[in-house]
Design a protein around this ligand. Structure first.
Ligand SMILES: *Cc1c(COP(=O)(O)O)cnc(C)c1O
Length: 352
């Protein structure tokens, strides 16, 4: 830290992204990216906009928001487009939270956004089976953020449980982070017309194969979206760049391609879960594009290291409550077969 770093950030612990090593080609199952490339229209749209980069992007992302509004059955004024959904999460913390609550095991960025913005936060423990007890959030009287499905567990709350939380906290915004909803979850977007304190966030990074383009969005009441725009226009009005906005529009035109890919991922997830269980793993029932698994046959950290030696990257967290587990992104069938083959080898070596 330089001696110029401002006092108010001196104790900030930044988010640690999953590793992106460059020493060799890995089977990358560590950051929940899609194994499939974007659809053909996306490449064409980006190429076209390359020749127009002298112009600023549309600060309102009107074309993109109009398409999103159509798909999600809301008005364009109920949609904000952002530079990855991390951005709308940060804006929402800034705009709505004096105090915020979220589970003890969840997306690692929530405590960082809270610290960054000087917001006191409460981490509510998951139940022993790693599920969220919705009653912990009923009448809480604080801003709430819940990833649904949750990360890194993959577990879901039902729409009814979400509604109970939203309805019982009318004086606070409830943020539902739906980064993984396209892999079998139920979206709370259908509740936004009923509750003006509900903000749903989504991303093109996982189900729409565009993690590198940085595109996310939020859906809520017109008033919540207007507040988020006040923050956005006070930060970076051109937050979504020209190439990304057009890429996003093109992806939505070809939405069926992405939804078909999600179905493949869900099938591969069921296959991988069965294979891991047959090898003696406990696998949480995931509704996301990853599984969270552990086995008594090998230490979680050791499995991560052994897989990496064999060219396969998964995500291991050192946090006490989950250090036995690895989070494994679901890729193509070929990638999952490579994973299962490597795990079999590692477990055999263990018993020699
Ligand atoms: C990946 C992820 C995000 C954000 O992704 P962006 O790439 O910033 O859109 C948000 N929440 C959760 C739970 C995630 O896993």
């Amino acid at each position: 830290m330089s001696r110029y770093f401002t006092e108010k950030y001196a104790s900030l612990t930044p988010y640690t992204p999953g590793e992106q090593p460059k020493d060799m080609q890995y089977v990358k199952l560590n950051t929940n990216e899609s194994p499939f490339p974007p659809s053909p229209g996306v490449e064409k749209a980006v190429m076209e906009q390359c020749g127009r980069l002298q112009l600023y992007s549309d600060p309102e992302s009107t074309a993109l928001r109009t398409k999103l509004a159509e798909i999600y059955g809301v008005k364009p004024s109920q949609v904000i487009a952002v530079n990855g959904s991390d951005e709308v999460l940060n804006f929402a913390f800034m705009a709505f939270a004096d105090e915020i609550a979220f589970p003890d095991i969840t997306y690692g960025f929530y405590p960082v956004f809270a610290q960054l913005n000087g917001i006191p936060y409460e981490q509510i423990p998951l139940k022993a089976d790693f599920s969220i007890d919705p009653d912990d959030y009923v009448n809480l009287n604080k801003t709430i953020v819940i990833a649904n499905p949750n990360a890194p567990t993959g577990l879901c709350l039902s729409l009814g449980q979400i509604e109970k939380i939203v309805r019982s906290n009318p004086d606070h915004v409830v943020i539902i982070d739906e980064a993984y909803v396209d892999f079998g979850g139920e979206s709370a977007v259908q509740l936004v017309s009923k509750y003006d304190n509900l903000l749903v966030t989504m991303t093109f990074s996982k189900s729409r194969s565009m993690a590198g383009a940085r595109l996310g969005f939020g859906i809520g009441s017109e008033d919540l979206i207007a507040d988020l725009n006040t923050i956005r226009y006070s930060t970076n009005p051109y937050n979504v760049n020209r190439m990304t906005e057009f890429a996003g529009c093109a992806a939505l035109v070809e939405n069926d391609y992405y939804m078909a890919n999600c179905r493949v991922i869900m099938e591969n997830r069921e296959w991988t879960t069965g294979q891991l269980q047959a090898l003696g793993f406990d696998v949480l029932p995931s509704m996301a594009n990853f599984v969270f698994a552990k086995t008594e046959r090998i230490d979680g950290g050791k499995l991560y290291v052994e897989l990496k030696k064999r060219g396969i990257l998964v995500r291991h967290f050192t946090k006490e409550r989950i250090k036995d587990y690895n989070r494994i992104t679901i890729g193509t069938m070929e990638q999952m077969q490579a994973l299962i083959g490597a795990i079999k080898d590692i477990l055999e070596e263990q018993t020699l």
